[in-house]
Design a protein around this ligand. Structure first.
Ligand code: NDP
Length: 240
C-alpha cells in the first residue's frame, strides 16, 4: 500500500538511495536536507522528489517542518532517520562541540523526528520509523567516541520506542550499515580505508542501494512482524 514517507538527509548518499527506493515502491516521498542546496536541487530536478530544508538537531524545526510536509502531502506514515554527521578525533583532541554536534544531530534528530510524527502514526494505527545506526555503534571505532555513542544510542532508542509503538501498529527498527561508498566514507583517508576494506569478508565497500533495499523491506507490509530489530548490512564485517 502506498504511504507518505520522509527521509532525513534524503537528497544525497544513502538517504538519496532510500528516497528513490521508497518512491519506486509507490510511496509519496519527501526528502529533508541540511543545507547543500546544489545537491538538493539536482536531486529534486532529477527525481521529482521535493526537498525540505531544516536541521534535524533543532527540535522546533522538526515539529514545524513535519507540519509543513503533512500540510503539503498528507500525514506522515514512514520516517527514515538517516541524517548524520561525523566529527572524528581521538578523545584528547575531540572538543565538547564535536561531541555535542554529533549527539545533537545523529541521536537528537531521531528523538525530534519521532516527537513530530509518532503521535499521528499511533492515532492512525499504522507507522514505521526506521533509524540508520552504524556498525560503529555496534562495535565501536577508534577516533569516534561521539559517533559510536550516538549510533549505539540509536539502537537503544529503537528498541525502547518499538516497545511503546507495537500495540498501536507503529513498528520501529534500525539498520546498521557497514562501510558504504558515499561522501562520508570518501572523507576517510585512503590508507585507513584500505585497512577497513581488507576486513570486510565480501571484499568491497557496500553501495547505498544495498542499504535502501533494507529500508524498503522494513517499510513494507512484508515486515509487519518485525519491530525492535537491527538489520546489519555490512558485508560480514561484524557478525552477531
Ligand atoms: P552523507 O554525508 O553522504 O550525507 C549526509 C546527509 O545528511 C546529507 O543529506 C546531509 O544534508 C544530511 N544532514 C547532515 N546533517 C543534517 C542535519 N543537521 N539536518 C538534516 N540533514 C542533515 O552521509 P551518508 O549517506 O554516508 O550517511 C547517511 C547515514 O548513514 C548517516 O546517518 C551515517 O551516519 C550512516 N552511516 C553511513 C555509513 C557509510 O559508510 N557511509 C556507515 C554507517 C552508517 P546536506 O546534503 O544538506 O548536507
Amino acid at each position: 500500500m502506498a504511504r507518505v514517507a520522509i527521509v532525513t538527509g534524503g537528497t544525497r548518499g544513502i538517504g538519496a538511495a532510500i528516497s528513490l527506493a521508497l518512491k519506486e515502491r509507490g510511496h509519496t516521498v519527501v526528502a529533508n536536507y541540511a543545507g547543500n542546496e546544489e545537491k538538493a536541487k539536482a536531486f529534486t530536478d532529477e527525481t521529482g522528489i521535493p526537498a525540505y530544508k531544516w536541521d534535524v538537531g533543532d527540535h522546533e524545526a522538526c515539529l514545524v517542518g513535519c507540519q509543513q510536509v503533512e500540510a503539503d502531502v498528507g500525514p506522515i506514515d514512514i520516517v527514515v532517520n538517516n541524517a548524520g554527521i561525523t566529527r572524528d578525533g581521538t578523545l584528547h583532541r575531540m572538543t565538547f562541540d564535536d561531541w555535542n554536534e554529533v549527539m545533537r544531530i545523529n541521536l537528537g534528530g531521531c528523538f525530534n523526528m519521532a516527537k513530530a510524527t509518532f503521535g499521528g502514526m499511533r492515532d492512525r494505527g499504522w507507522g514505521r520509523i526506521i533509524n540508520i545506526g552504524s556498525i560503529n555503534g555496534q562495535a565501536g571505532q577508534y577516533g569516534q567516541v561521539n559517533y559510536a555513542a550516538a549510533k549505539s544510542g540509536i539502537h537503544g532508542f529503537t528498541k525502547a520506542l518499538a516497545q511503546e509503538g507495537a500495540k498501536f501498529g507503529v513498528l520501529v527498527n534500525a539498520i546498521a550499515p557497514g562501510y558504504i561508498d558515499t561522501d562520508m566514507v570518501a572523507a576517510v583517508p585512503e590508507p585507513v580505508l584500505e585497512k577497513i576494506v581488507a576486513k570486510i569478508p565480501v571484499g568491497r565497500l557496500g553501495n547505498a542501494y544495498e542499504i535502501a533495499r533494507g529500508v524498503a523491506f522494513l517499510a513494507s507490509d512484508n515486515a509487519g512482524f518485525v519491530t525492535g530489530s537491527t538489520l546489519s548490512i555490512n558485508g560480514g564485517q561484524h557478525m552477531y
